[in-house]
Every structure is written in structure tokens, then in C-alpha cells.
Design a protein around this ligand. Structure first.
Ligand SMILES: Cc1ncc(COP(=O)(O)O)c(C=O)c1O
Length: 425
């Protein structure tokens, strides 16, 4: 091998290595808050609590309310508020007023008591079958004018549970209204076969002094969640509606005395409600999370909805380029390599079920591990983030998350206009 060829070869390999490494080198993902988040940042620094908070943008919530109102107008169905996803009395009252509904779906006995006491004219359907002892506790803790005999529907899934509820009703000398959970394909319990439905209806009909049939609930988010390679949406929706219709037909035929126009025929949830516009079997849909649209609800069926909830928290410390304990100044190579690790921040709180939203390009400081006290995050200088600025997250879901931060901060036109307490577990 002559020297010239060796040199050219070595330089060539070197150039390819450098070129390859350059291609792997992370690019700068950082960008500062846009106008929307800059306004929120300024408002929270001026008037916010300077600790982790949930903010609800009422202007955006209004757009989601308008989408639901357009649906109810087009479909002729009623709207039921899902309380576990919007667990704040003031938030639910805001939505109830603008959707003109008194219907609530509850999932938790303490919340149910709270609803009954504070919304005494509500019409409440349970969204899951509670243990009979929980039902008993509801009656023991009931305060105010709410009348469960007219305004409450317990959800029942099996003959065993129905027998337990009958005992509670007998013991209290009251009548309990019973809504039957249908398994319309989700396979999370509920009635699958007509003989099982017949058994429940027979018991209800035989104990008219203590039990009253109130309708059906068939929840179907799987229609949207299941990949089309398994089954198409059309097929899944048809199966939902076929089963629902079969249960309706069976009841009208075999238990005609139990049937009347006032029954609650509930279906759907946020992901699937738009698919129910044209069917005439159900008469109401439940929607909670879609009003706020966290990231897991970025789905095509909710394309008319906009994100209306964020977690905001202040930056406590800005410590510069990544500096790993033990590696100390040698850590400089990390920030040299990755511009998105040239700034390190420690925020107030963290480790939530949420994704980074603004400023752009922030990432979890993974070498440090998660902290619910002072989460470390990295970003590039392009974020412009400073101590006391807010970092904004979008929650992935809202149930539970909304309960973790104290009062919700309701914003209108970028200003905090209300502080809304949340339910206590
Ligand atoms: C029975 C039932 N209906 C409706 C919903 C819809 O709630 P959301 O609109 O918050 O997804 C749920 C959610 O779990 C549910 O369990």
C-alpha cells in the first residue's frame, strides 16, 4: 500500500465517521413560549399561586361545549356529564348550565353524596356497579332535598348484586331504581345474553315495591381504541347497536309493563360519542374528558375538540448545562453533544401523568430519575426559560390528575377569573 493511498483511505473513513456522528447529533428542539403561553406565563407570575396548578381555559372549554351542543341538537340525544372526569362542583355547574343538562354520571360514593347534596335537582346514573355496602353508605350520608327514588339510578350487572341491592332497599324501606349494565363489546362486565337480562328483569318485576327498572347503560370506547386490523369501526358499532337493540326488543316484548318512554338508554363516552349521531336506539351520551381533551384524547373522533386543560408549575432553579453528580465537570461532553441538554431546570413538583407542552423541546432529565418534589428537566437555551417562569404540561388523562393540585384556575382571555375547588377523595 503506498502512503498516498493510505492517507486518502484514512481520511475517507474519518470523514464518513465524522459525517455519521454529525447525522446522529441531536438538533436543537427548543423554542420559547408562543403568544398564548407567554400570556399565561405572565398572568400566573402576577396572580397565580406559584406552585403546581391545573388551569382550565374557559374560552377553549366553551368550544368543546359548543361541539357537544351541536351533537345533541343534531342527534336529539341528551347529554350526561361524567363527574369523575370533571370532579369540581363549579366546573360541572359551568358545563351543566351551558349544555342545559341536569344529568350526571357518578362513580364514587363520596362524590355521589357530594353531588346529591350540592346539586339537589340532578338526575344521577351510576357509571359502575358499586358494592351494596357503598349504596347503603350513600343513604346513610344523604343530606338535603335530593330524592333517590326519583333522581338516582343504581347500575346493576349481575343477579347476585341485584339481590344484595334488594336487601338494602328492603332494609331501608325504600325503592331503588335500577339501570342495567350491558356488555356491548367492551367486556368489562354487564349483561351479555338475553337469558341473563331476563333473570334481572324478572327479579325487578317481582319486587315492584323495592325495585324499579330505569334503563340500560352500554359503554363502548373500544370502538375507537381497537386497531382496524382487528375489526373495523363500522363492524364494532354495528355489534354495539345490535346487542343494545336486542336487549330493548326483549324487554319491550317480555316485560312490557316495565317499559316506558322515560327510560334512560345511555351509551358512549368521549371517544365514541360522535359515532352515535344517527342511531335511534340510545337516548343519551355521557361525556367528561372530551370537555378538556388531555393528550390521550387526541383522536380523530374528537377533532372538533380543543385542549382546554394544562398543568402549570414554576421553575425553581436553572443550573445550566447538565452536570451529573460524580461526573461533575466531565459532564460538559453531554451538553456539547446535545443542545437540548445545555440548560437544566428543577421545577416545583413533577412526575405527573402529563406531557411537556411549552416551552418547546423540554425533556425529562433522565439520568437524575423522577422526583415528585423537584423534577429535573433539560432544554436548550432557545426555550428562554428562567427561574419563576412557568412550565406547561398537558395531562394525558384528567380523572385523578385534576384532584392532585388544589383549586382549578379558570382562565378567560388569558386572565385568572375563578378558583374552583375540586372534590376530595
Ligand atoms: C360508563 C362510562 N361511561 C362514560 C365514560 C366516559 O367518560 P369520559 O368521557 O370522561 O371518557 C366512562 C369512562 O370511564 C364510563 O366508564
Amino acid at each position: 500500500m503506498n502512503r498516498r493511498k493510505f492517507l486518502i483511505g484514512t481520511l475517507g473513513v474519518g470523514a464518513v465517521a465524522v459525517g455519521g456522528a454529525a447525522a446522529l447529533k441531536p438538533t436543537d428542539h427548543g423554542a420559547p413560549h408562543d403568544d398564548y403561553f407567554r400570556t399565561l406565563n405572565d398572568e400566573l407570575k402576577r396572580n397565580g399561586p406559584m406552585r403546581p396548578s391545573v388551569v382550565i381555559d374557559l374560552d377553549r372549554l366553551d368550544r368543546n361545549i359548543a361541539a357537544v351542543n351541536a351533537f345533541t341538537a343534531a342527534s336529539g340525544k341528551h347529554y350526561r356529564i361524567v363527574e369523575k372526569s370533571l370532579p369540581s362542583l363549579a366546573l360541572m355547574q359551568y358545563i351543566a348550565q351551558r349544555t342545559n343538562t341536569k344529568r350526571l354520571m357518578s362513580f364514587h360514593q363520596p362524590f355521589l353524596n357530594h353531588d346529591a347534596e350540592n346539586m339537589p335537582d340532578a338526575d344521577i346514573l351510576l357509571g359502575k356497579p358499586l358494592p351494596a355496602r357503598s349504596a347503603q353508605l350513600f343513604y346513610e350520608n344523604l343530606k338535603g332535598d335530593f330524592d333517590p327514588k326519583r333522581q338516582l339510578q343504581w347500575l346493576i350487572d349481575t343477579p347476585e348484586r341485584l339481590a344484595q341491592y334488594l336487601d338494602v332497599a328492603r332494609g331501608l324501606g325504600t325503592k331503588m331504581r335500577v339501570n342495567i349494565e350491558l356488555d356491548v363489546g367492551l367486556h368489562r362486565g354487564g349483561v351479555k345474553e338475553l337469558p341473563a337480562l331476563g333473570e334481572l328483569l324478572k327479579t325487578i318485576a317481582a319486587h315492584a315495591e323495592h325495585l324499579e327498572f330505569a334503563g340500560f347503560m352500554g359503554y363502548d370506547p373500544h370502538i375507537v381504541a381497537i386497531p382496524s386490523i382487528v375489526a373495523s369501526r363500522e363492524t364494532l358499532l354495528r355489534r354495539v347497536l345490535d346487542h343494545y337493540q336486542a336487549c330493548v326488543d326483549f324487554t319491550r316484548r317480555e316485560y312490557a309493563a316495565l317499559w316506558h318512554e322515560g327510560l334512560t338508554l345511555n351509551t358512549a363516552g368521549s371517544p365514541s360519542y360522535p359515532l352515535h349521531r344517527d342511531e335511534k336506539i340510545s337516548n343519551e351520551v355521557s361525556i367528561g374528558t372530551g370537555m378538556l381533551k388531555p393528550t390521550h384524547y387526541d383522536i380523530d373522533t374528537l377533532q372538533n375538540h380543543v385542549p382546554a386543560v394544562y398543568i402549570a408549575t414554576p421553575v425553581l432553579k436553572a443550573t445550566g448545562p447538565t452536570e451529573l453528580p460524580g461526573l461533575d465537570e466531565k459532564s460538559a461532553i453531554i451538553s456539547w453533544w446535545d443542545p437540548n441538554q445545555r440548560e437544566t431546570y428543577f421545577i416545583y413538583g413533577g412526575n405527573w401523568m402529563a406531557e411537556y407542552e411549552s416551552p418547546k423541546g423540554l425533556q425529562f432529565y433522565s439520568s437524575f430519575g423522577h422526583s415528585s418534589n423537584q423534577e429535573g428537566i433539560n432544554g436548550s437555551p432557545a426555550t428562554g426559560l428562567k427561574v419563576d417562569d412557568q412550565v406547561f404540561f398537558r395531562p394525558t388523562v384528567v380523572e385523578e390528575v385534576l384532584l392532585e393540585f388544589g383549586d382549578l384556575l379558570a382562565l378567560r382571555g388569558g386572565r385568572i377569573v375563578e378558583r374552583w375547588p375540586v372534590y376530595r377523595n
